[in-house]
Write a protein that binds this ligand. Structure first.
Ligand code: TNX
Length: 545
């Protein structure tokens, strides 16, 4: 699957003569504070993992065993010389996710307030070891970490990636691999866009047609009218949620509404005679298409559910009931983007968002939505989150959604399309080595490589929107053009690392030196992406070595 000329991974199982030496200069996202010590810690066969948290201890052992071939027993109690220790204690860092890492010639010790903090320290340990530590097969050492004292904690609590499994169905196995990959960069939110015009992807009890009919296809690519569809059972969804949780990642489910839902409308729960157009309030279809039609192109903005229909509320209420019950995280994303005023009046839109927000709140969740939900007439419950996706910055007209949201006391997740959208082409047009079929370019007419994703600052990106309002950043992987995990990997990596770093690391000073430093640290990730077979884009903007 992979063709990266600049990186030569060993043939499976072949020992490496001289593993690359890792240093703190390789860690992504960049830690808050790093103080070099003297000498090296060497991980050897008798080492144990002494952990106050069994799950995180086992996670670390799971990371280190394949390449080292060491048993790395996970134990409790006192550490001996040569052990790695994971200690629950006070690292002196703000929040719950921070950690301290002390590496000496004798031990590597992580201290954190919570298991999540320990897990973040574990990810740093992995990156301090030689890159071959991520090999699924045995490699030769020495497995050394330079002595160092690190104090580290995140800038933002929300560091997300979104995957659209609606435009192209992706199996749970693909999502789990993505979880493995993003957890290494301290991403802690997976937003799953599970429904859109072209597909509904999770079984809802009582409404089997949502997936039987609504899940049958995906956006057509390669000259096809329609690509294969699919859907997850609730057991599969629960399994992904649990897998994410084991990687300290919170799943945010989104069923987009009231637009982007032709798959729901087509699932026969509307009146087949389409009486809405005759004024019958039982029809959920407000799309003004008579009869309603499937559209497996990537078209947007042509569907709307009718707020006047009781059926709309039965369906949305049931979806929210079941998805929130299976999602332990605090957020439910109700969508809210791109509803043309020709389909719903703004009053209808606002009334629908308000009523749906009430249902979400009644289920104990915080409302999240695309930033349009902050428009005129909406009354977002306290703490609601607006996801800002416009390409406008400063005080341009497109920034009004973010300013509305702040005015209503909402929190903001920053996802400006021209800085974070993983479905944008890396290069302008179909130039260079980017597969021409992958990606769109509406937000990135000059290309969106890693520099474009790194060289922006969330605070003040929209005039007046500060870190007092912003809870974090998210990079959305929209699914129109990506048909499988290889495609997804190619669009996500390496540029997601820029968003992961903006989300975690302290606010940067002058961007040119920060970017140069970042490029060098990303270069060290080549082997770490290659070994688990991540089909990343070997951008020429990174000096891979
Ligand atoms: C806009 S941004 C969309 C998505 C598309 C995406 C393609 C937003 C909230 N909606 O429906 O998939 O552009 O780049």
């Amino acid at each position: 699957a992979l063709a990266v000329a600049t990186i030569s991974a060993p043939a499976t199982g072949a020992p490496l003569a001289a593993p690359a030496k890792a240093t703190v200069a390789q860690v992504v996202p960049k830690p808050v504070s790093v103080t070099a010590g003297n000498g090296m810690f060497t991980l050897t066969r008798p080492a144990r993992i002494v952990s106050d948290d069994a799950a995180v201890g086992n996670a670390l052992a799971g990371y280190l065993r394949p390449a080292t071939g060491y048993p790395l027993d996970v134990v409790t109690g006192a550490a001996q010389q040569g052990d790695i220790a994971l200690r629950i204690g006070d690292p002196g860092t703000p929040g719950d996710e921070g950690y301290q890492l002390d590496v000496t010639t004798a031990n590597a010790i992580v201290t954190a307030k919570t298991a999540h903090g320990l897990y973040n320290g574990v990810q740093t340990i992995r990156q301090l070891l030689p890159g071959w530590i991520d090999s699924p097969t045995g490699q030769v050492g020495p497995w050394q970490i330079p002595a160092v004292h690190i104090v580290d904690y995140p800038r933002y609590g929300y560091r997300g990636v979104m995957l659209d499994i609606a435009r192209h169905f992706q199996p749970a196995s693909a999502v789990k691999k993505l979880i493995d990959q993003v957890a290494a960069y301290k991403v802690n939110v997976l937003h799953l866009h599970v429904s859109d015009d072209q597909g509904f992807r999770i079984v809802i009890d009582g409404f089997p047609n949502l997936t039987e009919i609504g899940g049958q296809g995906s956006v057509g690519t390669g000259g096809r009218t329609m690509d294969p569809g699919g859907f997850w059972t609730q057991a599969e969804y629960r399994d992904v949620v649990a897998y994410a949780a084991a990687h300290f990642i919170t799943v945010v489910p989104e069923v987009d509404s009231p637009g982007h839902n032709n798959a729901i409308i087509m699932s026969e729960y509307n009146d087949t005679a389409n009486p809405l157009l005759d004024g019958n309030p039982q029809d959920i279809n407000c799309s003004r298409n008579d009869p309603p039609v499937w559209n497996y192109t990537g078209a947007v903005g042509y569907s709307a559910m009718c707020p006047d229909s009781d059926n709309t509320w039965t369906i949305l209420g049931t979806i929210i009931d079941q998805l929130t019950a299976m999602s332990p995280g605090p957020w439910y994303h109700l969508g809210g983007d791109e509803v043309p005023s020709t389909l719903l009046s703004h009053e209808q839109y606002a009334a629908l968002v308000n009523r749906e927000s009430g249902i979400v709140t009644d289920h104990g969740k915080t409302v999240m939505g695309w930033a349009e939900i902050a428009g005129e007439g909406t009354t977002p419950p306290a703490g609601s989150v607006a996801q800002y996706w416009s390409t406008s910055s400063g005080s341009g007209s497109g920034t009004v959604t973010a300013r509305n949201a702040v005015a209503k006391g909402m929190k903001i997740v920053m996802s400006p399309a021209n800085r974070t959208y993983l479905d944008m082409k890396y290069l302008a047009g179909s130039a260079g080595n980017v597969p021409p079929t992958l990606g769109l370019n509406w937000a990135c007419s000059r290309g969106c490589d890693i520099d474009q994703f790194y060289n922006w600052e969330p605070e003040g990106h929209v005039t007046g929107v500060t870190d007092a309002n912003i809870i974090g950043v998210e990079a959305p992987m929209w699914g129109e053009t990506v048909v499988n995990l290889d495609n997804v990997d190619y669009m996500v990596f390496p540029r997601l690392l820029a968003i992961a770093e903006i989300g975690w690391s302290p606010k940067r000073g002058a961007l040119p030196p920060a970017y140069a430093d970042f490029q060098n640290r990303v270069a060290a990730q080549g082997v770490r992406l290659t070994l688990p077979d991540t089909n990343f884009y070997p951008t020429p903007k990174v000096p891979w070595h």
